[in-house]
Design a protein around this ligand. Structure first.
Ligand SMILES: Cc1ncc(C[n+]2csc(CCOP(=O)(O)OP(=O)(O)O)c2C)c(N)n1
Ligand SMILES: [Mg+2]
Length: 394
């Protein structure tokens, strides 16, 4: 029986993870394997995460499946956008999967996350609802925001979006960490931002308040080398983002290595639990797509550069190679998982295309979680709309 959700994939709903994974330790597979990570860089820390990491076969398969699912979802999202079925903004996470999947692998059920606009992968991880993501992208009723939010505005339990204003989520994350501390439940908040947001004043204000109050906040700078089309060396006087919290301790981790990210996140959570939060964690990563679908992503970097990362640092291929080398899985088994994911995500993509849009009566739904005003004004004061609750009843 697969306990794919026992620690470190603690307590998370994993219905997508159980296909084809039956008992482990059979058929000559290794049940567990150890790996060396690249060294972490530390700032104001005497000790850091372990560079020697181990993973069970079951957990490795879950991590692999999650990264592949995100990759497939994003490929389909890109195609839906090109077909003009997804409208508006659309930011893909392809290339950065190990960051979210690694962090999620260390999270406990009461930890919280907030991110910028690259939110599809996180929404899937925290809701385990692929259709909820795809139908949100197509603007349909099965979407996690009932199709009213679209690509950037996705939310689910413990996930506070999906935020389009660059950097705005950094202090919001500090606020969520404050709530965790206030409620005394030992939970943390992971507050993610890109290298392009890292020089904003509000980031430093958030570090300051978080440090003054020792908040259990893990500020994560996903350094993918570019903020839109500007390379980080042109935008940042210091690209050592893990040190940019000054008096806040920091860790730099290889963001293309899912196990290293998981280990570093576990370490950061332990630090927060011991009252030594906040921390800044920088994940060195790369995005294959442009900043958003309207950016081909090739005017400020070469195709060779992208190809080089794909062939030498891809988070999925490199994890697959490691699993094969340590005999945690066979080539055939992983191929079968890839095929299953493709069928599953493609089927749900068809559903997301065929799904209905919500009716006009839902335009004013779910503005309050506890209805404070039963009637809301529309675009004019005389054009009132009744407030209804829909999402909570689903
Ligand atoms: C306050 C604000 N300023 C500008 C923008 C336009 N904008 C969107 S993303 C972005 C750059 C963000 O850089 P980074 O987080 O590194 O982006 P990514 O790597 O995801 O492209 C900018 C300037 C915005 N959305 N909000
Ligand atoms: Mg960036």
């Amino acid at each position: 029986m697969l306990h794919s959700c026992t620690r470190p994939l603690a307590g998370q709903v994993c219905k997508n993870a159980v296909l084809s994974l039956s008992a482990s330790a059979k058929n000559g597979y290794a049940t567990e394997a150890s790996f060396e990570t690249k060294p972490y860089k530390l700032h104001k820390l005497d000790n850091g995460p372990s560079t020697s990491v181990s993973v069970t076969r079951d957990d490795a398969l879950v991590l692999y499946r999650r990264m592949q699912t995100i990759r497939r979802m994003e490929t389909n999202a890109g195609n839906l956008y090109k077909e003009k079925i997804i409208r508006g903004f659309c930011h893909l996470y392809s290339g950065q999967e190990a960051c979210a999947v690694g962090m999620h692998g260390a999270m406990r059920p009461h930890d919280k996350v907030i991110t910028a606009y690259r939110a599809h992968g996180w929404t899937y991880l925290l809701s385990d609802d692929i259709l909820g993501v795809l139908a949100e992208l197509t603007g349909r009723q099965s979407g996690c925001s009932r199709g009213k939010g679209g690509s950037m505005h996705m939310y689910c339990k413990n996930f506070y979006g999906g935020n389009g204003i660059v950097g705005a989520q950094i202090p919001l994350g500090a606020g969520l960490a404050f709530a965790q501390k206030y409620n005394g439940n030992d939970g943390v908040c992971i507050s993610l931002y890109g290298d392009g947001a890292s020089n904003q004043g509000q980031a430093f204000e958030a570090y300051n308040m978080a440090k003054l109050w020792n908040l259990p906040c893990i500020f994560v700078c996903e350094n993918n080398g570019y903020g839109m089309g500007t390379s980080n060396t042109r935008s940042s006087a210091s690209t050592a983002y893990y040190t940019r919290g000054d008096y806040v301790p920091g860790i730099q981790v290889d963001g293309m290595d899912v196990l290293a990210v998981r280990e570093a996140t576990r370490f950061a959570i332990e630090e927060c639990k011991a009252g030594r939060g906040p921390l800044v964690m920088e994940t060195l990563t790369y995005r294959y797509s442009g900043h958003s679908m309207s950016d081909p992503g090739t005017s400020y970097r070469t195709r060779d550069e992208i190809q080089e990362v794909r062939s030498t640092r891809d988070p999925i291929t490199s994890f697959k190679d490691r699993m094969l080398t340590k005999e945690l899985a066979t080539q055939e088994e992983l191929k079968k998982i890839d095929a299953e994911i493709k069928v599953q995500v493609d089927d749900l993509t068809k559903k997301a295309k065929a799904d209905k849009e919500i009716g006009l009566e839902e335009l004013a739904a779910d503005i309050y979680s506890h209805t404070l005003e039963p009637v809301l004004r529309g675009t004019t004061p005389w054009n009132a709309m009744p407030h209804i609750s829909v999402a909570g009843s689903r």
